[in-house]
Structure formats: structure tokens, C-alpha cells
Design a protein around this ligand. Structure first.
Ligand SMILES: Cc1cc2nc3c(=O)[nH]c(=O)nc-3n(C[C@H](O)[C@H](O)[C@H](O)COP(=O)(O)OP(=O)(O)OC[C@H]3O[C@@H](n4cnc5c(N)ncnc54)[C@H](O)[C@@H]3O)c2cc1C
Length: 282
């Protein structure tokens, strides 16, 4: 089959497909963000609320959200998120339990007696820097529309409009557009320095520990938790040899355990960073 233009929009599979046509390190690797969401039917215990409620995103945990659905008595509860290089065989039971508990503790007690209608498991396509891969690349006629992580539904109209413009008007439409930042052949986008990323991730790690139930004695704040996490995060970054600053959720919690540094994931990260620095000449 042949075509003048091909749009690579295969979700998390896009990474493996891109590796078949582009040199190693050209495009940030695509990771899997496996998540669970649930729809429930409320029992008759009070009003359901008409608004979306969402808690803040933190590394190691996803902003919990409860969304009213079209059917008067149904709600959507989402979502867990575990990031990995390799596809996960499912979602962790412990995370599913945490999400349900937090929905009834943090949003609405009545959810504890709601009836589960559907369990939904999916995989978010996540480039290493957590920014999407959009637009043309050095293979003539190949365009990317992928790597949208948590934002694929709501950003799809804007992405579709942009790609249609590039397909119809050529790369001039790309140059003047804010989407140019997300050109797929790039080094990972860094929004802070590595020391700042270490501090930021340590703060996220402490928040995650509180979110998961850690309670400090009244005379202590989160500083001991942050310091514990900071040492481990530093060890992880040192193991990368020539690191880039990663978003907190790429590091916490998966690389907080020093034993994780011996894993295939860190090896893949090192290999990618070496190849990317050679390819992009940085
Ligand atoms: C639990 C959960 C909650 C989410 N909540 C939100 C939200 O509230 N808002 C939001 O905006 N986003 C949300 N997302 C993220 C959103 O789902 C993704 O960003 C979006 O689905 C990515 O779209 P995509 O088309 O790139 O990939 P996908 O939706 O994964 O689609 C890729 C398609 O390509 C097909 N494919 C794969 N390989 C090949 C191949 N070789 N040949 C042909 N076809 C192939 C697959 O079968 C699939 O149909 C959520 C994700 C999850 C998992």
C-alpha cells in the first residue's frame, strides 16, 4: 500500500512504529501510562452533583475526578496512572482500591454504596518529556499525531485542524504554529534544570506519600519525607550519566527504589539519552 502522506496515530504503539523508520534517539521514547476508570450508578442516597470535581495532579498519582454522566444517576470516576516502558498486563489492585477509597473519602461518601457498571482499562501514550509528538519529520510524507498523554480527547479537534492545515498547505503551516514546539524529532523538552527537577520531584513524592495515607506527628512537616525522596531521586539522576530534567511523574514512584537503577528501564533510558545526544548533536 502506498500514499503521499501517512499520519502516525497509533497511540502507544507509535513509538515502536517510529523506531522502524527513524534513527535511534531521533524521537523521545513512548511510554505506557496504564490507567483504570470506573462508571457507577448511584444508590438513592442524596444528590449527585452537576459539576466535574477534580483533585490536583501529583506524580505517582493522577488527579482524582468524578464526572456526572448523561444518565441522571451515573458517574465516571477516574483515573489511575502507572508509567512503564513495557506494556503492563493490567492495573494494580492496590491502586484500584486507593482510587475507590479516595473517591468516597475526598469527594462524596455516598459513592461507597454506588453500583459499579463498568471497569475500563486503557493506555495513555506518553513521550518521555510528557509533551505530544505532532507534525512532520525527516521522513518525507510522514506526520505524527500522537503522545497526547492525559489530553488526547480534549486536544483532538485542535490537533486534527492543525494536521489538516499541514497536509493541505505544506510545512509553511507548521513553521508559524505553536505546534512547532512539539515537532517529533527533538531532544526531550526540559522546563527546568536537573537540580530543580530533583527538588520538584521530591515535593511531589512527599505529597504522594500523604495522599497514600502517611501521617506525620504534629511537630514535623513534610521535610523528612522530601529529604528521604531527594536522596533517592539524586541517585537515580546520577545513574543516567548525562541526564535531562524529567517531569516528576517520570521518576516518582518508579525510580525511588535504589534497586530500580539496575532495571531494564534505566538501561533503556541511558541508551536513549546517549543515542539522542549523538543524533541531535547536544
Ligand atoms: C484511564 C484514562 C483516562 C483518560 N482520561 C482522559 C481525559 O479525561 N481527557 C483526555 O483528553 N484524555 C484522557 N485520556 C487520554 C486519552 O485516552 C489519550 O490521550 C488518547 O486516547 C490518545 O489517542 P490516540 O489516538 O493517540 O491513541 P489511542 O486512543 O490509543 O488509539 C490508537 C489506535 O491505534 C490503533 N493501532 C495501534 N497500532 C496499530 C497499527 N500497527 N496499525 C493500525 N492501528 C493501530 C489502536 O488499536 C488504537 O485504536 C485518558 C486515558 C486513560 C487511559
Amino acid at each position: 500500500m502506498s500514499a503521499d502522506a501517512v499520519v502516525l496515530a497509533a497511540g502507544v504503539a507509535s513509538g515502536a512504529l517510529a523506531r522502524q523508520v527513524l534513527p535511534p534517539g531521533a524521537v523521545p521514547p513512548m511510554l505506557h501510562g496504564t490507567g483504570l476508570a470506573v462508571t457507577v450508578k448511584r444508590a438513592n442516597t442524596g444528590p449527585r452533583g452537576r459539576h466535574v470535581i477534580r483533585t490536583p495532579n501529583r506524580a505517582g498519582t493522577c488527579g482524582l475526578h468524578v464526572v456526572p454522566l448523561a444518565a441522571e444517576d451515573e458517574q465516571y470516576i477516574g483515573a489511575t496512572n502507572v508509567i512503564s516502558f513495557d506494556p503492563a498486563p493490567g492495573v494494580h489492585l492496590g491502586l484500584a482500591q486507593t482510587m475507590m477509597r479516595q473517591a468516597s473519602e475526598q469527594v462524596d461518601q455516598a459513592l461507597a454504596v454506588a453500583y459499579v457498571r463498568r471497569w475500563m482499562i486503557g493506555t495513555r501514550p506518553i513521550p518521555l518529556d510528557c509533551y505530544p509528538l505532532i507534525g512532520p519529520c525527516s521522513v518525507p510524507g510522514l506526520l505524527f499525531a500522537t503522545g497526547t498523554y492525559r489530553d488526547g480527547f480534549h486536544s483532538s479537534p485542535a490537533i486534527a485542524r492543525h494536521l489538516a492545515a499541514v497536509l493541505l498547505r505544506g510545512t509553511a503551516a507548521e513553521r508559524d504554529s505553536p505546534f512547532a514546539h512539539f515537532a517529533p524529532e527533538r531532544m526531550p523538552i526540559e522546563t527546568m534544570s536537573v537540580p530543580e527537577a530533583v527538588d520538584d520531584t521530591a515535593r511531589h513524592a512527599a505529597d504522594t506519600m500523604h495522599d497514600q495515607g502517611t501521617r506525620m506527628p504534629w511537630w514535623l512537616d513534610s521535610t523528612p519525607l522530601e529529604e528521604w525522596a531527594r536522596e533517592r531521586i539524586r541517585t537515580f539522576y546520577e545513574s543516567l550519566e548525562d541526564p535531562v530534567a524529567l517531569p516528576p511523574e517520570m521518576v516518582d514512584p518508579q525510580f525511588l527504589d535504589p534497586a530500580a537503577i539496575e532495571t531494564r528501564s534505566v538501561d533503556l533510558l541511558r541508551q536513549y539519552l546517549r543515542a539522542a545526544r549523538t543524533h541531535h548533536g547536544t
